[in-house]
Each structure stands twice: as C-alpha cells, then as structure tokens.
Design a protein around this ligand. Structure first.
Ligand SMILES: Nc1ncnc2c1ncn2[C@@H]1O[C@H](COP(=O)(O)OP(=O)(O)OP(=O)(O)O)[C@@H](O)[C@H]1O
Length: 253
C-alpha cells in the first residue's frame, strides 16, 4: 500500500538516554532504534518508564544524558513540524471538554494553519478522510466524551492521520477497550504501518501482542529485549520485564 504523498516516514533513534525525576531513575541508559513500516510493541510494568520514553521521543523532556533523533532531527523540532502524532492514555484527556470528534481531528491540522487556525478546504478534506479511515464519520459531530473507549482511541489516531504524522506513538491504546474495538485498532495500526509510518505502541495487553506487533521491546528502566514477539513472550523474558524474579526472591526469603 502506498501512503499519502505528504506522509513523512521517520525512524526513531534513542541513544543512551537517562531521565531522572529527583531520586527516581526512570530511564537508565536506554538505546533503541524503531524503524518505519512496522508496528513495535513497547512492553513494561507500571512505572517501568514507558510514558517517560514517549515524552523523551516527543521532545517534551530533556534527558540528563543521551540523545533522541527523529529522522535525524531534534525531537521537539520534529514535533513542531507535525512528524510525531501521539495517542495519549485515557487518564490524560479531559473528556468533558466541549469539543467534537471533528474538532479533535482538526487539531492535527493546526501546525499548518498558522496562528489564525483558519481551516482551508484541504484541512477539511484531510479531516474527513481521516475520520473515514478510522470509521468515525457518523460520529464526527459528537462531543468527544460521548464515545466508547475504542472510538475515543480511534479519534486520536485520526488526529495523527490528519496531521500526516510519520511517527505514531500510542500509550496503552487497549486500556478500557472491548475485544471488537481492539481488533479494529490492531487492523488500523497495521495498515498505518504498511503505509510507511513508524508505529510504537505501549501496552500491558500481552495477548494482543502477537496479532499487533511485528517486533517487541521489553522495558524496565532499560531495554531488556528487542526483537521477535514470540521470543519477547518467553516466560524468562516476561519474568525479567515484570519483576517476577524480584517477587520470587521475596517469596523465598
Ligand atoms: N513527573 C514525575 N515526577 C516524579 N516521578 C515521576 C514522574 N513521572 C514519572 N515518574 C516516575 O518515573 C517512573 C517511570 O514512570 P512512567 O510514567 O514513565 O512509567 P510507565 O511505564 O509509563 O508506567 P504506567 O504503565 O503506570 O503508565 C515511575 O517510578 C514514576 O513514578
């Protein structure tokens, strides 16, 4: 499948990144390359540093050490250029905010509209196409909070599509989503990767991983594993990523 002409595929390069919040060492020398054209699953327990890694990739925090490059460019610059699209965790969104689904998707066009934010015909066309792609055309005028969990995620994916983002970061897209919506989102993400996008998805949902991801990254403040999904899911790898060895030690003490 060929992508839209304006799509800017971009690889993510993370080199030896250290991020600390006061005493908490959230990322401890993380190095990772994420390639376009694939869905990469980012797996780690609560507090393992997944959201912090996303923030570093978006240039929203400056690492104490190391570097992030998006297609060779500074991540904050890449974000301002609209190269990086982000689907946030549900808790990070104010669902009561009085905006329609269409408004949310139009936000993906703001970077092109300048300070006046006046939508041109091309912006409306891109929003309509993105809504169609995620199958939310019929819901375009609904307030964003009046959608199901899966539809809410798809609205934010549509924002990234309208933005022509070459990199899509999704933070826990399956949390609070039923199986049918999960299957729809998985299919959509695979299509978006096939267009040439770089798709990085954090998830706790290990069952969805084989269908979803072409490769997997296990994170526990540092990269424990990066490679085949089936290998990532081996019990010894999951035990390391989810700290079960720590629990075992505690149990035997
Ligand atoms: N703003 C902050 N101030 C202090 N500590 C923080 C802050 N943000 C994150 N942390 C800590 O940094 C570590 C990594 O947090 P992060 O949110 O990146 O993990 P996560 O893998 O995304 O977790 P979850 O799966 O629960 O969303 C945790 O120990 C967390 O408590």
């Amino acid at each position: 499948m060929t992508g839209p002409a304006t799509l800017r595929p971009a690889a993510i390069e993370v080199a030896d990144v250290v991020v600390r919040y006061g005493e908490v060492l959230a990322l401890d020398g993380v190095s990772l390359s994420v390639e376009p054209g694939r869905v990469t699953g980012l797996i780690g327990m609560n507090g393992s540093g997944k959201s912090t890694l996303f923030k570093a990739i978006m240039g929203m925090l400056r690492p104490e050490r190391g570097k992030v490059l998006i297609d060779g460019a500074d991540p904050a610059l890449a974000r301002r250029r609209g190269v990086v699209g982000y689907v946030p965790q549900s808790e990070d969104v104010d669902w009561a905010f009085p905006v329609s689904v269409r408004d949310v998707v139009m936000m993906g066009r703001y970077g092109r509209q300048g300070p006046t934010r006046r939508a041109r015909p091309a912006d409306h066309a891109a929003v309509a196409e993105a809504l169609d792609r995620v199958e939310l055309t019929a819901y375009a005028d609904r307030q964003i909070g009046q959608l199901s969990g899966g539809q809410r995620k798809r609205a934010f994916v549509a924002r990234g599509i309208a933005q022509d983002a070459g990199v899509l970061l999704l933070d826990e897209p399956f949390a609070g989503v039923d199986k049918r919506s999960e299957a729809t989102i998985v299919r959509l993400l695979k299509e978006l990767a096939a267009d040439g996008r770089t798709v990085l998805v954090s998830t706790h949902d290990l069952h969805a991983l084989p269908q979803l991801a072409d490769e997997a990254v296990l994170l526990l403040h540092r990269i424990l594993f990066h490679g085949d999904v089936s290998e990532a899911l081996r019990p010894e790898n999951l035990a390391r990523a989810f700290g079960l060895d720590v629990l075992d030690e505690g149990a035997s003490a």
